[in-house]
Design a binder for this molecule. Structure first.
Ligand code: URA
Length: 259
């Protein structure tokens, strides 16, 4: 990675604003290779030097990865004329060039969205051929029936004759269902349940691969993660493992899923 000003690196790679970075530098809270550095204009090489702030190492990776708990009313886009976008939930210091939501949730859907500037990773997650599983905790108008779970597991056909890949589903309390899809067609979950004669009241994405939305991440909040952790998290888990995790924290997830 090319050399970069220390203050810029800190503002880009942490949740501190530029002013906070200035103060932290002034207070002597920043170290470069274990030596206190107060001069924000100093150039550093993030690949070979270790920068800490208040004792915590600042991620030096060349990409940013943020897990967001998307609320209702935010568009999964980088800009829009009439709606707020998910980028509006991210502080300016982290809104680095090229940051975008990897994958979409509808305006009225909530839950896990990964924001990154890493196009390669987004491709790995989203390319239809990769079939990375996505899990949605869905509140239905009517409780799901056993025959619906069976039909979903065989792959249903939507009203416009679109064929869906087999999907796993499990009934949860209070007319909730956890459904796992291996593809991402337009409004897919809503259209699948519509074709089964039901209606989606709310939809909350809770996991992508083995990456589970932390149950204590409140609506609208985000978390920065390291690439090495993300790679582990994205490794697919079995449907049963994800079901157990979501069921264990069902009350937290269902509160988030009912905007
Ligand atoms: N399926 C839908 O219908 N909506 C979403 O937001 C995601 C999946």
């Amino acid at each position: 990675m090319a050399e970069i000003r220390l203050d810029k690196f800190l503002a880009n790679r942490s949740s501190y604003s530029r002013n906070e970075v200035k103060n932290l530098l002034r207070k002597g809270a920043v170290r470069v290779d274990a030596v206190t550095e107060c001069d924000g204009s100093r150039k550093i090489d993030p690949d070979s030097q270790i920068v800490t702030c208040l004792g915590k190492q600042i991620q030096s990776g060349s990409h940013v990865y943020l897990i967001l708990n998307k609320p209702v009313g935010y568009l999964c886009a980088t800009e829009d004329r009439s709606h707020r976008t998910v980028l509006d939930l991210i502080p300016e210091s982290l809104r680095i060039k090229g940051l975008f939501p990897a994958g979409r949730l509808d305006l009225d859907s909530t839950g896990l969205v990964l924001l990154t500037d890493d196009g390669q990773l987004a491709h790995e997650m989203l390319a239809p051929k990769k079939h990375v599983p996505k899990y949605y905790l869905v509140r239905l108008r009517d409780p799901i029936r056993d025959q619906d779970i069976q039909a979903l597991s065989k792959g249903i056909v939507l009203s416009d004759q679109t064929h869906c890949l087999p999907a796993q589903a499990q009934a949860f309390p209070d007319s909730y269902v956890l459904i796992c899809l291996h593809e991402g067609k337009y409004h897919q979950v809503k259209r699948m349940f519509a074709s089964l004669g039901n209606h989606v009241e709310s939809l909350h994405r809770v996991a992508i691969g083995g990456l589970i939305l932390p149950e204590n991440l409140r609506s609208g909040a985000y978390l920065e993660i390291l690439h090495k952790d993300l790679a582990v998290m994205l490794k697919a888990q079995s449907f049963q493992v994800i079901c157990e995790q979501i069921l264990k924290n069902f009350s937290s997830y269902s509160i988030n899923a009912s905007p």
